[in-house]
Design a protein around this ligand. Structure first.
Ligand SMILES: [Zn+2]
Length: 342
């Protein structure tokens, strides 16, 4: 088990040096010409789009005056561009397939088939399931702490990491929510929200990993650990949102934060006498494997299931076991604290 683990982490680290592929689909001159043409005429071949009806001065032609405000117009332009990109991509991919070429990425993403206007239906469904799993885990954690186990005389929990796991639960539900939104409609705003919430979650879970594994209970020491990490994560989020959404850099930051926390948990699982350490092992090994899926991605199977969607699928059982470990930790810490008092 130990050996497998190291191989895993090592290979994850290796990926950091592997150059990341740029998306070649949108650099294709035929695709570019198609999108340019479509944004002017509103049509790709026989297909014409409602969203692309602009008058010569750029204002929307139809709709009442109050909907012709700039914001609405911007949405419309986004929609027009997104319809154009999607249909040009499908047209181009069909041509490429006939020539025997493999699928390529467009704007950083594989060509997906939309269902009812949802861009990646499988990823949306899986994000929703992840959200439900997180909610179930967090709720059962809450019930266990506040209704099943004894509380201190001041009504606080004996468990010392209650607040941290609450924040973790909220951040992870937030992140799955935006993931579902982003995979159903990929525009700049939803993309930034998805990336930012994922980075926030990853950064915070790194803090929790360090605090729990090193058993940091003193408030001042906790601040000392959390402050630099919070500062780093905040800076990174601001950078992504207001300076440049650099996918390569973000991937590196996320993989580094992910690998460090897997390492922290793995080392702790190796030395601790925690009764549920096997659950920790399960999540660490599973998490490492899942991370490989996110790094080595492959084109979607039948236009629906790609590596990223599979990654979202693996996180469902992992979150279940993760919250189960957290609940075990609550019971373990509470009972040992109660023993000490008696
Ligand atoms: Zn996703």
């Amino acid at each position: 088990m130990d050996q497998l683990h190291w191989i895993l982490l090592f290979s994850a680290l290796l990926c950091l040096v592997r150059p990341l592929d740029a998306s070649s689909g949108d650099a294709d001159p035929i695709y570019k010409a198609c999108v340019d043409q479509c944004e002017k005429t509103g049509c790709v071949g026989e297909n014409c789009f409602q969203h692309c009806k602009f008058s010569s001065d750029g204002k929307s032609i139809d709709g009442p005056w109050y909907l012709q405000e700039p914001l609405y117009l911007r949405w419309k332009q986004w929609d027009c561009r997104s319809d154009c990109r999607y249909n040009c991509m499908l047209a181009r991919e069909e041509e490429r397939e006939q020539l025997g070429h493999k699928p390529v990425k467009y704007h950083g993403k594989w060509p997906f088939w939309r269902v009812y206007g949802i861009q990646e239906p499988v990823a949306v469904a899986l994000s929703a399931l992840n959200l439900a799993t997180q909610f179930h885990g967090w709720l059962s954690f809450f019930i266990l702490l506040h209704y099943k186990l004894p509380l201190r005389p001041d009504k606080k929990t004996y468990y010392e990491y209650t607040g941290l796991w609450h924040i973790y639960g909220i951040l992870s539900m937030n992140s799955w929510f935006w993931s579902a939104v982003f995979h159903s409609r990929d525009v700049e705003l939803t993309e930034k929200l998805d990336y930012s919430s994922a980075v926030a979650l990853l950064g915070f879970s790194l803090i929790v990993a360090i605090l729990r594994a090193f058993n940091v209970r003193d408030e001042a020491a906790r601040v000392m650990v959390a402050a630099p990490l919070l500062a780093f994560v905040t800076t990174h989020i601001l950078y992504l949102n207001f300076y440049q959404l650099d996918y390569g850099l973000n991937m590196k930051v996320c993989v580094i934060m992910g690998v460090i926390q897997l390492l922290v948990w793995a080392i702790w699982a190796g030395v601790t006498r925690h009764p549920s350490r096997w659950k920790l092992w399960l999540v660490v090994v599973g998490g490492g494997l899942a991370m490989l899926l996110e790094i080595y991605d492959f084109p979607p199977f039948r236009g629906f299931v790609d590596a990223h969607a599979l990654w979202h699928a693996t996180t469902i059982p992992l979150s279940y076991f993760w919250w189960s470990f957290i609940r075990d930790d609550v019971e373990f810490r509470t009972s040992s604290l109660l023993k000490k008092i008696k």
